[in-house]
Design a protein around this ligand. Structure first.
Ligand SMILES: O=C(O)C1=C[C@@H](OP(=O)(O)O)[C@@H](O)[C@H](O)C1
Ligand SMILES: C=C(OP(=O)(O)O)C(=O)O
Length: 414
């Protein structure tokens, strides 16, 4: 796909998808509660896939979670506690994304799960739940928090279905914590009874209640519009309708990060307004930790390189096991423009550039929606090609259409 910008400042309105993280939790909670209405589910593949698989599960022996981490992890726990028998499969990349921490914990709770190919990775065979005598004491589990928070969210959501509830102790360094907070906030809305002490959650066996919920607009998707405003000519501004300040999503952290690149955020009653402001000269060196918001790392790395504002980036460990190895993908693609994500050792990376130029390069996307959307904003600086552009359907199927609406020339040819 070819992208180009006719020149001049950006002005316009961009529609965002609804959050896939919220939607996929709400869909699991709705299924466990046995009712309630969910509004503003997006047409993104991750959301629609979760919806389809949940309704197909009772009569289907093979479910394909494709490339959706939340679907694979949340469904593993859901299908285990609902005594489902069958195979849960995924794409080639999903077969490289680890799941042992979750499977070990579920086995300990009584689930019968085995690996069909490689130990510790999908695809999985589920064979119901062992007969655990009903008891008053909660199931006690301890899981490490440094690989993926999705295992923790998956376990917490099924907690009320475990005999006696669940006492879940998180161990080690905890990544993506705002996603865990989102999980328990939504569980509470659906009637769960839980308490937290330090890093230990006690989820009681109180059943969920059918609940109506309207999914918020997606802050991770908003980050690409922040990039555009950061990179576009002075005076650029974009409105993002329905995006909310009071959000369950940790990726709202983009507001603070992008302020350093001159993007000023104004919260309106029914959306957010972004405007580019000059960055003060001689500002201190930037350092951001992405432990809590890993999905923003690609957005920020590309903007930092393109603006030649070096940023030290930490908390990137989980990037290697997402839709692709995002560190390697960023390094390869940024190099095409004169940018880099330099490994500075001890978990520190430096996003930087020398003579960054956009002049007709073609960006490979590695089956990763965020590679496509993080690089697309570079088109305000020059003509750009994005390979396999349909990859955005995972979280933001309308992304290219929204870019065209705001004035980009978007030529469909791959
Ligand atoms: O729970 C969620 O909805 C998510 C958690 C994060 O994953 P990790 O917990 O694996 O970092 C994030 O990267 C992913 O896009 C969505
Ligand atoms: C990591 C992501 O998704 P998931 O883990 O749900 O596949 C993402 O959307 O950036």
């Amino acid at each position: 796909m070819q992208l180009s910008w006719p020149g001049g400042p950006l002005h316009g309105i961009a529609q965002l998808p609804a959050s896939k993280s919220e939607a996929n939790r709400a869909l699991i909670l709705q299924a466990l509660a046995g009712g309630g209405t969910l509004r503003n589910l997006s047409d993104a593949n991750d959301t629609q896939l979760m919806r389809r698989l949940l309704s197909a599960a009772p009569s289907t022996a093979v479910l394909d979670a494709e490339d959706a981490g939340t679907v694979m992890r949340f469904l593993t726990a859901y299908l285990a506690v609902t005594d489902w028998h069958g195979r849960l499969i995924g794409t080639a990349r999903m077969q490289e994304r680890p799941i042992a921490v979750l499977v070990d914990a579920l086995r300990q709770a009584g689930a019968r799960i085995s690996y069909l190919n490689n130990e510790g990775f999908p695809p999985l065979e589920l064979a119901g739940f062992a007969d655990v005598p009903s008891r008053a004491e909660p199931t006690e589990l301890a899981v490490r928090g440094d690989i993926s928070s999705q295992y923790i969210s998956a376990l917490l959501m099924v907690g009320p279905r475990l005999p006696g509830g669940l006492r879940l102790q998180l161990t080690g360094h905890i990544g993506s914590r705002p996603y865990i907070n989102m999980t328990v906030a939504l569980m509470k809305l659906f009637g769960a009874d839980y308490s937290v002490e330090g890093d230990t959650f006690l989820v009681r066996s109180t059943p969920y209640q059918p609940t109506d919920y309207t999914v918020e607009s997606d802050w991770s998707a908003a980050s690409y519009w922040y990039s555009l405003v950061a990179l576009a000519p002075a005076g650029s501004e974009i409105t993002l309708p329905w995006l909310r300040q009071a959000s369950l999503q940790g990726d709202q952290a983009i507001v603070g990060m992008m302020a350093h690149f001159g993007v000023e955020t104004t919260f309106l009653p029914d959306g957010v307004h972004l405007r580019q402001q000059p960055v003060a000269a001689g500002a201190p060196a930037l350092a951001f930790d992405f432990t809590d918001c890993p999905d923003l790392a690609q957005t920020v790395a590309v903007v930092a390189a393109a603006r030649s504002i070096p940023v030290e980036m930490t908390g990137l460990e989980s990037l290697r096991i997402k839709e692709t190895d995002r560190i390697a993908a960023l390094q390869t693609e940024l190099a095409k423009f004169g940018g880099d994500l330099r490994d500075a050792g001890e978990g520190r990376f430096q996003a930087e550039s020398t003579g960054f130029k956009v002049n007709g390069q073609s960006v490979a996307t590695y089956h990763d929606h965020r590679m496509a959307m993080a690089f697309a904003p570079l088109a305000v600086l020059g003509t750009l090609f994005i390979e396999s552009p349909t990859v955005v359907k995972k979280s933001y199927p309308q992304f290219w259409k929204e870019l065209a609406k705001i004035g980009f020339t978007v030529t469909e040819a791959d």
